[in-house]
Write a protein that binds this ligand. Structure first.
Ligand SMILES: Cc1cc2nc3c(=O)[nH]c(=O)nc-3n(C[C@H](O)[C@H](O)[C@H](O)COP(=O)(O)OP(=O)(O)OC[C@H]3O[C@@H](n4cnc5c(N)ncnc54)[C@H](O)[C@@H]3O)c2cc1C
Length: 460
């Protein structure tokens, strides 16, 4: 519990306007996109590393839990203050400190919004590929803490592939620097990558250094409709076999195609069992050849309708369908839970089929979209969190999806993280030896278990 004297001390660090302890104000920081609430006792919005460090020194002394928060868009309960304490909100640490074309790097505060960073880079002909679906609002700190991916991960990888260095405030308030601006660096253990994906449980990210690449000259999107999901799944592996590494390679199943069409009337082929969306990028001549080869491949593999964008505007038009899936689902039911299981590519269709069976077994609508090129499925469970009977079935369905993914050689989560949503399933995938090491790492960084307790790993 935060007593009044400690509250006053915290308020003095950030000042009025960036400190809140009124329950009505605190409601804002009590949810994330997983929609399981937990009210903090105080919310603080620091503007500097020094303020974060001073806040942590108080929290460490008083053994008060601290939950870091970016935009609160994570889908695993990661930014919910399950034990009260302090919600540390990074949205005001939102400066792009440096963009260096010469060094191919950028240095950012953690509250910078992914898309705003991308827009700034585009002006300079530079590129930072990681593009989570939430990029219009999610923060770079949240992206690093979750090791966020996105549609472009097929060709360009995820957040960790661009991460060069971090500044981190530890539980004690001490400031740690990892990595740096050098594009190659193998000095010592890779602490930078240890913090990437640690979901605020090991330290608070206060500065991020990422590497940049040149902006590709152009890009082209192709949409292929299949009457058979199996044929669409087999096309995914064939794309790589014919020597093409697309930027993005997505699948929508029949339920999601029709759900989006009901919502947006985009003229999607309602009869299709699966829709493949493929994007290639690079110099114009290469893009033209690749899109021609992909058209032939999709036709040979059984696609009955193929559309190739002729302009950048038409690319965007094709992607509208994929981008509207969450919106289309959210309007059908009060609660939409996005699963995140990931399997080796050869098991993509088997995982799709397993989800269909699980949906039937638990009588739940579960449209499925997938970052197919990465084997990363997002079954979307449409439900109502105020219905306890249905939520019991949802929990069983979620567990069964996770078990099946691991049995197929995959993982519980490809990009959304563990948070509280997947914590109890983690030993099933990792085994006891890895869990023991994970708990020991947590204890080294956070001896009093105040850094986002209850998330990822439970310390008793
Ligand atoms: C519609 C929608 C689409 C999405 N699409 C994708 C997608 O394509 N790919 C993907 O990977 N994810 C996706 N997500 C999930 C989510 O957007 C990402 O996990 C994102 O990285 C979270 O960023 P955030 O700023 O919202 O962080 P938050 O949700 O606020 O926090 C996420 C985690 O990071 C910790 N944290 C936040 N800031 C810091 C910091 N400075 N230091 C230490 N820890 C910190 C928090 O404690 C929490 O555990 C999607 C979510 C939604 C709602």
């Amino acid at each position: 519990m935060l007593n009044q004297a400690v509250k006053d001390e915290l308020r003095a660090i950030v000042g009025e306007g960036r400190y809140f302890d009124n329950p009505k104000d605190l409601l804002l920081y009590s949810y994330d996109a997983f929609m399981v609430p937990g009210l903090p006792e105080a919310a603080l919005l620091p503007v500097s590393t020094e303020e974060v460090s001073r806040i942590m020194k108080v929290a460490f002394r008083e053994k008060v839990p601290v939950t870091a928060r970016g935009a609160g868009t994570n889908l695993a309960g990661g930014s919910v203050p399950t034990r009260g304490g302090i919600a540390l909100v990074f949205t005001k640490m939102n400066q792009i400190i440096e963009i260096s074309k010469e060094n191919r790097i950028a240095v950012l505060q953690p509250g910078v919004i992914n898309m705003e960073f991308q827009q700034e880079l585009t002006k300079q002909g530079l590129y930072y590929p990681p593009d989570p679906g939430s990029m219009a609002v999610s923060t770079m700190g949240g992206n690093v803490a979750e090791n966020a991916g996105g549609m472009r991960a097929v060709k360009y990888g995820v957040t960790r592939d661009y991460l060069l260095g971090l500044e981190v405030v530890l539980a004690s308030g001490e400031i740690l620097r990892t990595g740096g601006k050098a594009l190659k660096n193998v000095t010592g253990y890779n602490l930078t990558q240890l913090f990437c994906g640690s979901e605020g449980t090991l330290g608070l990210i206060t500065e991020i250094t990422v590497k940049l690449i040149p902006l590709p000259e152009t890009k082209r999107t192709l949409q292929a409709a299949y009457k058979n999901l199996d044929d669409a799944g087999k096309t995914v592996s064939k794309v790589f076999e014919i020597g093409i590494l697309p930027v993005a390679l997505e699948i929508m199943d029949k339920v999601s195609i029709n759900m989006v069409e009901d919502f947006m009337q985009l003229g999607l082929p309602r009869e299709a069992e699966a829709l493949l969306l493929i994007e290639v990028d690079g110099p114009e001549a290469a893009v033209a050849v690749q899109s021609e080869r992909l058209t032939v491949l999709c036709r040979d593999m059984g696609a009955h309708e193929i559309k190739v964008a002729r302009t950048l505007a038409e690319n965007d038009e094709i992607w509208k369908a994929r981008r509207s899936v969450y919106g289309a689902g959210a309007r059908l039911k009060p609660t939409a839970i996005a699963e995140d299981c990931t399997v080796p590519l050869a098991n993509l269709v088997a995982m799709f089929q397993a989800v269909v069976k699980i949906a039937e077994k638990y009588q739940l609508p579960i449209p499925v979209v997938a970052h197919a090129g990465d084997g990363n499925l997002h079954p979307m469970i449409l439900t109502d969190s105020s219905n306890p009977e249905e939520m019991k079935r949802v929990a069983q369905a979620m567990d069964e999806i996770s078990v099946k993914a691991v049995e197929l050689g995959g993982t519980l989560t490809g990009e959304h993280g563990i948070g509280i949503a997947k914590r109890e399933m983690m030993p099933f995938e990792l085994g006891e030896a890895a869990m023991e090491i994970t708990r020991n790492i947590k204890k080294v960084f956070d001896p009093f278990n105040i850094m986002n307790p209850d998330k990822v790993v439970r310390i008793v």
